[in-house]
Design a protein around this ligand. Structure first.
Ligand SMILES: NC(=O)c1ccc[n+]([C@@H]2O[C@H](COP(=O)([O-])OP(=O)(O)OC[C@H]3O[C@@H](n4cnc5c(N)ncnc54)[C@H](OP(=O)(O)O)[C@@H]3O)[C@@H](O)[C@H]2O)c1
Length: 357
């Protein structure tokens, strides 16, 4: 049986859910997929827990008791000393510093699975260098959860493109938080600031909601998909409509922004009022492949369309291609949350494991 060794970086929301899902999947994989999975190292930004035989269900207690300060070198030495093969480093951090270590991991025999979007949204130069390094060392990199969390977006776009299908446009709601905000605001009579507060309480927005309202996260996802279609784009080239008024931008502290969010009410009330009948507000991402135009923006959409009908914090992706014609291929569902994201990572791990010899 093929034994795969997972080195997990990041044990927050996604990472800790992932550990449980991997431990639960172990028996089934051994029986049906010919893969035995073990997690010999888990780490956060400061400490790592080492166990050559693999961590157990008691990992949280063990981490508290036995995790030690570490450097990447310690992990590399540990995998060598213990002859750990079929190595997969999982990036469940949101860290740029950690991405700086990817190349060394690849050079030291690791394959990569990332929930972290950073590596795919840095410069095109780094993006290409990473892929060259993977090719040179015969290693793999999976990152399905970078867009749409557990929804199969990246693999679908990759599959269509690799099969020679001409993808002409991708359009949709790429952000769970902005989906919730505009789905709720469009349907109810609540003030925009009340909807924003509710989104925060439910854990949909980042602690500083401006991270969501800036549209940058949608921009990053557009860039990731555009690069799958071989569009050589940089983040700065994306047209992103920020929903944060100038007077409440980054110069203002998070606390002050929170105190003043009532100032958004009039702006969004006007957007709502200016719409045609039976229209709703949606914050969308759009890639026009022919013109290589990437845009994130607030639009008014007829209620009757697939985009106009989404609910809750769902994501929706419309993929237009030559063969599908005017009727796009549509993928819709929960585009955020630890359980679906971790499941997407588990699925990447299994696919990658099956390719390792
Ligand atoms: N939650 C979702 O719905 C979702 C969906 C799709 C993708 N993602 C992505 O998944 C990733 C993880 O999200 P999350 O919600 O689990 O975040 P989180 O709860 O904040 O956890 C982040 C973890 O990463 C660790 N970390 C930070 N820097 C590190 C470093 N340099 N080396 C090793 N570990 C480091 C943190 O350790 P400390 O505690 O020591 O800081 C923490 O354990 C993010 O990139 C996010 O964008 C999340």
């Amino acid at each position: 049986m093929k034994k795969v060794n997972i080195i997990l970086f990041g044990i927050g929301n996604v990472g800790s859910t992932l550990i449980q899902q991997l431990l639960d999947a172990k028996k089934q994989w051994e029986k049906h997929s010919g893969v035995s999975v073990s997690i010999p190292v888990i780490a956060n930004s400061r400490k790592a827990l080492f166990n050559a035989a693999g961590i157990s269900e008691n990992w949280q207690k063990d981490f508290k008791k036995s995790a030690e300060k570490y450097k990447l070198e310690d992990i590399l030495d540990f995998t060598k000393e213990n002859d750990l093969e079929h190595l997969i480093a999982i990036d469940a951090t949101a860290s740029k510093e950690f991405v700086d270590l990817y190349i060394r991991l690849i050079q030291n025999g690791f394959n990569l699975v990332a929930a972290n979007k950073v590596a795919n949204t840095l410069s095109a130069e780094f993006y290409n260098k990473l892929r060259k390094e993977l090719d040179y060392h015969g290693k793999y990199f999976y990152y399905e959860t970078n867009v749409g969390a557990g929804l199969p977006i990246v693999q679908t776009v990759q599959g269509l493109h690799q099969a020679g299908e001409k993808v002409t446009k991708i359009r949709g709601v790429f952000s769970g938080s902005l989906s919730f905000i505009f789905n709720t605001f469009s349907e109810n009579k609540e003030k925009f600031s009340d909807v924003l507060r509710k989104a925060g309480r439910l854990g949909y927005t980042e602690p500083d909601a401006r991270e969501d309202l800036s549209g940058n996260d949608v921009g990053r996802k557009l860039l990731i998909l555009a690069r799958e279609l071989q569009l050589e784009k940089e983040f700065q080239e994306i047209k992103i409509q920020s929903l944060i008024p100038e007077k409440l931008n980054g110069q203002t502290s998070a606390e002050e922004f929170q105190r003043r969010i009532g100032e958004l009410d009039e702006i969004f009330f006007q957007h709502k009022k200016d719409q045609n009948k039976d229209h709703v507000l949606r914050y969308i991402g759009e890639i026009e492949v022919g013109s290589a135009n990437l845009e994130a923006k607030l639009i008014s959409e007829p209620k009757s369309t697939a985009l106009g009908q989404i609910k809750g914090a769902d994501n929706i992706f419309e993929i237009y291609t030559e063969s599908y014609g005017d009727q796009p291929l549509v993928i819709q569902g929960a585009g955020a949350g630890a359980a679906v994201t971790a499941r997407g990572v588990v699925s990447d791990v299994l696919k990658l494991s099956q390719r390792l010899n």
